[in-house]
Design a protein around this ligand. Structure first.
Ligand code: AKG
Ligand code: FE2
Length: 490
């Protein structure tokens, strides 16, 4: 019989391997709200008129206080002490002031206050019942195993040793897959442990979400944090910062890495220096990762894992395919809302996602590289401290999608320098110079898709709805398939 004093009042994964005993106690003893029902005393009764407010609102009000006021407020009673220990409050205070030099001290509060662990008081708040305070702690401690193992066969992302460019273009440009061989020769795969990066680049600053930290500090953070959504290092200038040479070893003998040959074709290269940002160094602790998104500008991507395996869950998109469970998209697809942290999404939606048509899942291990086709939704979580390199590219299979995106979704185009006016026209001009035939083919294809879509629309309007429905019943399509998905009705 589980100890009901530690039962959370929101869903836990239904897995026989997961007993409640795997959730450690909250450091202040705070328990989920549901436990208040059987409690004989409740610290909330000491907060006076504030009892009228829900916990969410109390926390929102506390976001308006500065550090000194938060400390003073926390001294008024144990319940408010627990509220003022919420890490999100201290994280945003710290990020707002972003000191040039500081010591990471295991939590955002201790770092902001520059408090050694021995000076953090242990206050017993075990008679406080709050999902708002307990949830982030619970999410930071979920066991990943049930979500990333026992992947149903139909969902498994194919694993292949390698692919030739021809095989990729003919069969694989619309499908996720993992290649197990090509990056095993990369010097960065052989050398880049977290320790090696810290000793070689420890004093170099890298971008991690809203902050630029020296790598040494980010390493301290990676090794010692309890964040529900850990700060993620995602730096697009790593090649110049680290002085790397990139390219096929035949042309660049001292290359640190090079794209596998099946991913070498990249038509955004016709934009030269004006191409949008395309490659990132990604470093993060266990539990860090990327929430559901599609890659920018209808590009495809590869993601090469140098250290620490990553779990991927992916869905195709198209106008007959809903976004993944728990993801909400505006009608023109310009706004994507995925309100939950990765851990909370796993707790709430993973089981449903696994059952949803089109779902693909897999673990990309050290020394492996994963293909993200243009237009695919993906959520990624690091199962161990991780180092990866990702690069976006535009293969011929998705030229038509790129033209469509740059011309019809110009408000969603991203990653270009502010000085680049009219990226669509720049791309057309570049392609006209370098690959006029391919450009013409892609433009004709786009035109055909637009006409097909218009014909379908006319058929429906003029009474051939049943035929159209029959055509529509063919299951999901891969992004920019033959069904004309994503093309606006002209
Ligand atoms: O490694 C990750 O967190 C995922 C990065 C990503 O979204 C990508 O490579 O497209
Ligand atoms: Fe991505």
């Amino acid at each position: 019989m589980p100890d009901i004093t530690t039962l959370p009042s929101y869903p836990l994964p239904q897995d026989e391997d997961l007993g409640v005993e795997v959730i450690p106690s909250h450091p202040l003893g705070v328990k989920p709200s549901g436990n208040a029902l059987l409690a004989t005393s409740n610290l909330r009764s000491a907060i006076g008129t504030w009892q009228l407010l829900p916990d969410e609102l109390i926390l929102m009000l506390l976001e308006c206080l500065d550090g000194a006021s938060l400390l003073a407020f926390g001294r008024t009673c144990k319940a408010f002490y627990a509220f003022t220990r919420a890490e999100e409050l201290w994280k945003s205070l710290f990020i707002r002031c972003s000191p040039e030099s500081f010591t990471w001290r295991g939590t955002w509060r201790s770092t902001y206050l520059n408090l050694p662990a021995s000076k953090v008081p242990v206050v017993d708040c075990s008679n406080l019942y709050s999902d708002v305070l307990y949830r982030p702690f619970n999410c930071a401690h979920i066991v990943m195993d049930p979500y990333v193992t026992k992947i149903p066969k139909r969902n498994q992302i194919p694993r292949l040793p390698d692919l030739s460019p021809e095989e990729f273009h003919e069969k694989w440009a619309d499908r996720p897959f993992i290649l197990t061989e090509p990056i095993k020769d990369w010097p960065v795969y052989k050398n880049w442990t977290v320790g090696h990066l810290l000793s070689k680049y420890g004093q170099e600053k890298f971008r991690a979400e809203a902050v630029d930290w020296v790598l040494r500090t980010y390493g301290d953070y990676m090794a010692d944090n309890v964040d529900e959504s850990p700060l993620y290092l995602f730096d697009r200038n790593f090649v110049s910062k680290m002085g790397l040479a990139v390219g096929p070893p035949s042309e660049t003998p001292d290359a640190a890495y090079w794209p596998p040959s099946c991913f070498a074709e990249d038509f955004f290269s016709v934009l030269g220096d004006e191409r949008p940002a395309r490659r990132w160094l990604i470093v993060g602790p266990e539990r860090s990762g990327s929430k559901f998104h599609k890659d920018p500008n209808a590009t495809s991507a590869w993601n090469a894992v140098l250290r620490g395996p990553k779990y991927w869950i992916m869905f195709p998109s198209g106008d007959k395919q809903d976004p993944p469970p728990g993801v909400f998209v505006s009608d023109d697809q310009s706004e994507v809302t995925s309100p939950l942290s990765i851990a909370e999404w796993l707790l709430t939606f993973h089981a449903e996602a696994r059952r949803t048509a089109g779902c693909m899942e897999g673990i990309c291990g050290e020394g492996e590289i994963l293909h993200v086709p243009s237009g695919w939704w993906h959520l990624v979580v690091n199962l161990e401290p991780s180092v990866a390199i990702t690069q976006n590219f535009m293969p011929r299979a998705h030229l038509c999608a790129a033209l469509d995106f740059l011309s019809n979704k110009s408000d969603q185009v991203s990653g270009f320098k502010k000085t680049v006016q009219n990226p669509y026209q720049k791309f057309i001009d570049g392609m006209q110079d370098a690959h006029p035939e391919l450009l013409q083919q892609a433009q004709e294809e786009l035109q055909r898709k637009a006409e097909g879509k218009k014909r379908k629309w006319d058929d429906i309007v003029h009474g051939k709805a049943q035929d159209a429905e029959e055509q529509d019943a063919g299951g999901f399509s891969f992004g920019f398939g033959d069904d004309g998905s994503d093309v606006e009705v002209p």
